[in-house]
Design a protein around this ligand. Structure first.
Ligand SMILES: [Mn+2]
Length: 340
């Protein structure tokens, strides 16, 4: 974090404040871990903090230290709004546009507090008084570590904070393998282990929690996988019926798209998941190398994210969505056939 930004934040925090910390809708390990660690840090500085998530988070994250105190906006709207009204500062973590909080958007837009953004996604919005945005960062959790360092607060790193930050970095880097994983990321991880994060235990808590239903759904997803060789692409579909027949629970399809990306030669992988409830098809994009799924998702699927990982949606049927996707690919044939 730059010195002038640290200075600005120090000014903001020089008296005791009421601080609400918000993650994005459908919070992941990075959103939860970043928010909890920041909250635990600011509490130690004498501020009063409350973490609020727009909606619930998956069970495999429900062991994270402090997560039982998170307020879920769509379950406790009034309590959440009272906290927002009373807040002097609102920190928004792991997102950079207010439409990423779903139903909670109006409450944030009408909130009079000073906003602080900490985020690593592309194209940050202009809503925050303090914007700490860095797209080269592996994760928001790594940024929260640098944020704490910038405020000379690393001696306050507790085992709980270390565990939350480790989880955020680990989940957003696919266990330290995605390209944004830098030497600095590993140094941060080393320090988090010294501060009490147990890497083996965290891996088990996150990854070894499969239900038989989820693995059967994965089997089905893999059977549905199609390879589009001329484009070095692969895609997976899951219909609502297929989800229902395997007792689909929120979060079950997390990571499925990476199996398509693990096929030898595949540089671009997509999963299309039908949601009858939302009347949309949810889409996740992954790529290797220079092919930007962020741009692809922004251009065609009302979405976005990072160069190598992005999300989007379609209002068409599952079959129409796939047909349209295949019809778009010839425009990208060259981009998908370079060795960059
Ligand atoms: Mn993230």
């Amino acid at each position: 974090m730059k010195n002038e930004l640290a200075h600005q934040v120090k000014q903001l925090l020089n008296t005791s404040k009421q601080i609400v910390i918000v993650g994005h809708k459908n919070p992941d390990g990075d959103a939860i871990g970043s928010c909890l660690a920041l909250s635990q840090f600011l509490d130690q500085l004498g501020h009063k903090t409350q973490v609020i998530m727009p909606n619930d988070f998956p069970d495999f994250l429900k062991w994270m230290p402090g997560c039982q105190d998170i307020i879920i906006y769509d379950k406790q709207k009034e309590t959440a709004e009272a906290h927002l009204t009373a807040a002097n500062i609102v920190c928004t973590l792991d997102f950079n546009a207010l439409d990423r909080v779903g139903e909670m958007q109006g409450a944030l837009e009408s909130c009079q507090a000073t906003f602080v953004m900490i985020d690593h996604h592309q194209a940050p919005g202009a809503y925050a008084a303090v914007t700490y945005s860095d797209v080269r960062m592996s994760s928001t959790a790594e940024m929260v570590y640098h944020f704490i360092a910038g405020l000379d607060g690393l001696e306050l790193l507790s085992p709980s904070m270390a565990t939350n930050l480790y989880t955020g970095i680990m989940t957003d880097t696919g266990s330290f393998r995605f390209p944004a994983t830098s030497p600095t990321t590993h140094k941060v991880i080393a320090h988090l282990m010294e501060a009490g994060a147990n890497g083996t235990q965290i891996h088990e808590n996150i990854y070894d929690t499969n239900t038989p239903d989820r693995l059967r759904l994965l089997g089905l997803a893999l059977q549905n996988m199609k390879i589009l060789e001329p484009y070095n692409a692969a895609y997976i579909t899951l219909s609502q019926e297929e989800l229902d027949s395997n007792n689909f629970k929120k979060g079950d399809t997390e990571g499925f798209v990476n199996y398509a990306l693990s096929v030898l030669g595949v540089k671009f992988a997509v999963i299309f998941i039908e949601s009858k409830q939302d009347a949309i098809v949810k889409i996740s994009f992954r790529s290797k190398g220079a092919f930007s799924v962020n741009e692809f998702a922004r251009t065609h699927y009302n979405g976005g994210g990072h160069t190598n990982a992005a999300g989007g949606r379609s209002n068409k049927s599952l079959q129409e969505t796939v047909t349209e996707f295949i019809s778009i690919l010839p425009n990208y044939k060259n981009a998908l056939n370079t060795n960059a």
